[in-house]
Design a protein around this ligand. Structure first.
Ligand code: PXP
Length: 243
């Protein structure tokens, strides 16, 4: 039987809307409670260097209150490593981070950054934090993740989400090949970025994938149908694709 595909809900953009007015509404903690009630399997937050969405105090609150596993997306910096080691979230997903980008634009160069990442991953592994590397779906990056002893990779679906026509099949194949390669080597494959109701199906159908992390679309759609309905509909589409 195909294993359960977890849905991690990225609530960063609840904080983005809050921060636009500088107050405390909408409250990310309230969003977490909705995720819990709607059957989400985890909470993902990206504490960026510029704190443009989630802030340190949000992380304190979420860590103290939710029973859902927290997946902390973080740049490979000393500052973020210290924060992760202090909070000990369930998982830490290392992402590339450029100050000027609007969102995480490409995968981490796990191969090129081996020497920088190796001690960081070792410290996170030693602390019992499940390390994930956010990488492009290609064999070179999976090989690097194996050498780095990362237990999880998250495959960047951004290119898949933004292409069309013949390219779509090529991208989907790249993601499914990468998921299969990771799984064959004992690495748990996850995926995320740019996923929507319309494009999640073919990704959710990849049997080796164990988790999808989805944020911007779910929070955007919540404006029209509510966060609870948005999460439940995504869950239903994932389940339908999984068969
Ligand atoms: N996974 C990772 C590693 C990300 O950086 C992001 C965006 O913060 C997501 C998943 C979610 O992407 P989206 O907001 O486009 O659903």
């Amino acid at each position: 039987m195909t294993p359960h595909l977890r849905l991690g809900v990225n609530i960063d953009h609840v904080a983005t809307i809050r921060n636009a007015r500088g107050g405390d509404h909408p409250d990310p903690w309230r969003a977490v409670q909705v995720v819990e009630a709607a059957g989400g399997d985890g909470i993902t937050v990206h504490l960026r260097e510029d704190r443009r969405h989630i802030r340190d105090a949000d992380l304190d609150v979420l860590m103290a209150r939710t029973t859902l596993p927290i997946n902390l997306e973080m740049a490979a910096t000393e500052e973020m490593l210290e924060i992760a080691l202090r909070h000990k979230p369930h998982a830490a997903c290392i992402v590339p981070e450029k100050r000027e980008e609007r969102t995480t634009e490409g995968g981490l160069d796990a191969a090129g950054l081996h020497n920088h990442l190796a001690p960081m991953i070792a410290r996170l592994n030693d602390a019992g934090i499940r390390v994930s590397l956010f990488i492009e779906p290609d064999a070179r990056q999976i090989d690097a993740a194996i050498r780095l002893k990362a237990p999880v990779v998250e495959l960047h679906t951004g290119r898949y989400a933004h292409c069309e026509g013949a390219e779509l099949a090529t991208e989907l194949r790249r993601i499914s090949d990468a998921a299969a390669l990771a799984a064959r080597n004992g690495i748990e494959p996850h995926a995320g970025h740019g996923l929507t109701f319309d494009n999640v199906g073919p990704i959710a159908a990849i049997p080796q994938l164990r988790e999808l992390n989805i944020g911007h679309f779910l929070i955007g759609e919540a404006i029209f149908i509510g966060l609870d309905a948005s999460i439940r509909e995504m869950r239903a589409r994932m389940d339908a694709a999984r068969g």
